[in-house]
Design a binder for this molecule. Structure first.
Ligand SMILES: *Cc1c(COP(=O)(O)O)cnc(C)c1O
Length: 397
C-alpha cells in the first residue's frame, strides 16, 4: 500500500482527534526516520521528546527482545525483576525516595495529584484541599490532569472538572502567593513549560515556591515528563536549580518508546500519603517497560547523555539565535538544553508542514512556537543539516 491508502484507511477507522501530518512512518535509524516510500527525515521531534536515544539502538532493542521472550506481564500482585532495577536507577538519578510506575504521563500526574490530596488529608484529618497550577501549563488529557492544565480550550467541553484548582501566572511568584490559603495542598508546574510554548522556570520562581511550600507544608510537584530524562543537560531539569521537589513526574523519554511513566516522592511524603488500597494499576511497571526503563537509565548514565546535551545544546542555541537575527518574523528563542523554541510571526503549523517536504520533522508548541526536541544523541552535523533544511522553508514562506 502507498502512503495515501494508509492515510485513507486510518481516517476511515481511527477516531479523528488529531490533525496529523500527511506522513506514514515506517522505520528509523539513529536520528533519521523513513516513511513507507523510503524517504528520509531528520527527526527534531523525537515522537514528542520520547526517543531520547534515537531509533534502532541495538542495546536497547536487545534488552527488550530478551524480555519479550522471558516475561511480559505479571500484574502488581507480584514482584518482577526488571522493575526492581529500574526503580533503583530512577531513584539514584533523581534523588527521590519512592517511585510508582504508570503507563503514561497523564497517569503520573493523576498519581501526583492523589499523593498531594492524601498527604493533606493525613495532615489535616479531612479532605477538601486545593491545588495551584499555572496558566499555559500542560499536564495531560485525563480528567484530573486536564483539571490542572491551564488551557481553557482543552478544558471547556469537559467541565465540570476536578474542583479546587486555581491558576497562577508561570514565573510570577506573587500571583501564586496570592492564591495560597489553608486549603492549599500542592503547587504543580512544569520545570520547563513544554506545550505552552517552551518557557523555562526562573530561578527566583522555583526558589520562591520551594520556600513558600516549606513554610506552609505544601507539596511542590514538578512535572518533568517532557523536560526530564537528560533533555536539559541534567537528568531532571530541576537539578539545575538546586531545589528539590516533594513529588515529581516522569514519562516520555523514560521508556524511549514503550509506554511508561512514573511519579516519585520523598520518604516524608510517602509516609503520609498513598497506602495499600489508595492507588493501583494493572499494567504499570510491568516487566517489559521495566526492562526498557532500566536500559534507558543505564545507557543515559553510562554514556553521560546529559553531558552530551550540555556539549551540543549551546551549538543549537547559537544556530537558532542566528535565525532570530536573520529573519524578521522569527522574533525570539527560548529553551534549555535540547528543548528549544523559536517564536514565529508566520504560521508555525505551515513551517512544520513544509519542513516535512524538505525531509525535516519539527513540531509546534502553543500557537506561535516552533519546537525542537530532537533525540539527545544528535551531533553538530545534524544541527547544521536541520538549519539548512529549515532555512529552505523559512525562505519559501
Ligand atoms: C506529554 C506530557 C504530559 C502527558 O503525558 P502523556 O504520556 O501524553 O499522557 C504531561 N505533562 C507534560 C509536561 C507533557 O509534556
Amino acid at each position: 500500500m502507498n502512503q495515501e491508502s494508509y492515510i485513507e484507511k486510518a481516517e476511515e477507522n481511527i477516531l479523528h482527534t488529531y490533525n496529523r501530518f500527511h506522513l506514514v512512518l515506517d522505520h528509523g535509524e539513529g536520528v533519521y526516520l523513513y516513511d513507507t516510500d523510503g524517504k528520509e527525515y531528520l527527526d527534531f521531534a523525537a515522537g514528542i521528546a520520547v526517543q531520547a536515544l534515537g531509533y534502532h539502538n541495538k542495546e536497547y532493542n536487545e534488552a527488550l527482545k530478551a524480555q519479550v521472550d522471558k516475561l511480559l506481564h505479571t500484574s502488581n500482585l507480584y514482584y518482577n525483576v526488571p522493575i526492581v532495577h529500574a526503580a533503583e536507577r530512577l531513584k539514584a538519578a533523581s534523588g527521590m525516595d519512592r517511585v510508582f510506575f504508570t503507563n503514561s504521563g497523564t497517569e503520573a500526574i493523576e498519581g501526583a495529584i492523589k499523593t498531594a490530596k492524601k498527604y493533606a488529608f493525613t495532615r489535616d484529618g479531612h479532605a477538601g484541599h486545593e491545588i495551584i497550577a499555572m496558566n499555559h501549563s500542560f499536564h495531560g488529557r485525563s480528567l484530573g490532569a486536564l483539571s490542572v492544565t491551564g488551557n481553557k480550550h482543552y478544558q471547556e467541553p469537559f467541565e465540570p472538572l476536578m474542583p479546587g484548582v486555581k491558576f497562577a501566572e508561570f514565573n510570577n511568584l506573587d500571583s501564586v502567593k496570592a492564591l495560597i490559603n489553608e486549603k492549599t495542598c500542592a503547587i504543580i508546574f512544569e520545570t520547563v513549560q513544554g506545550e505552552g510554548g517552551i518557557y523555562p522556570a526562573t530561578v527566583e520562581f522555583i526558589e520562591g515556591l520551594r520556600k513558600l511550600c516549606d513554610e506552609n507544608d505544601i507539596l511542590l510537584i514538578l512535572d518533568e515528563i517532557q523536560c526530564g530524562m537528560g533533555r536539559t543537560g541534567e537528568m531532571f531539569a530541576w537539578q539545575h536549580y538546586g531545589v528539590k521537589p516533594d513529588v515529581m513526574t516522569s514519562a516520555k523519554a523514560l521508556g524511549c518508546g514503550v509506554p511508561v511513566g512514573a511519579f516519585l516522592m520523598t520518604e516524608k511524603v510517602a509516609e503520609k500519603s498513598l497506602k495499600p488500597g489508595d492507588h493501583g494499576t494493572t499494567y504499570g511497571g510491568n516487566p517489559l517497560v521495566g526492562a526498557a526503563a532500566d536500559k534507558v537509565l543505564e545507557i543515559m548514565e553510562r554514556d553521560d547523555i546529559p553531558g552530551h546535551v550540555r556539549e551540543i545544546a549551546p551549538y543549537l542555541e547559537q544556530k537558532l539565535d542566528e535565525l532570530v537575527e536573520k529573519y524578521d518574523f522569527i522574533t525570539a528563542r527560548r529553551g534549555m538544553g535540547l528543548i528549544q523554541g523559536l517564536v514565529s510571526e508566520k504560521s508555525v503549523g505551515q513551517i512544520a508542514a513544509k519542513a516535512i517536504e524538505e525531509g525535516l520533522l519539527v513540531i509546534t508548541a502553543g500557537s506561535d512556537v516552533l519546537r525542537f526536541v530532537p533525540p539527545l544523541i544528535i551531533e553538530k552535523k545534524h544541527v547544521d543539516e536541520m538549519i539548512q533544511k529549515l532555512e529552505h522553508v523559512l525562505q519559501s514562506i
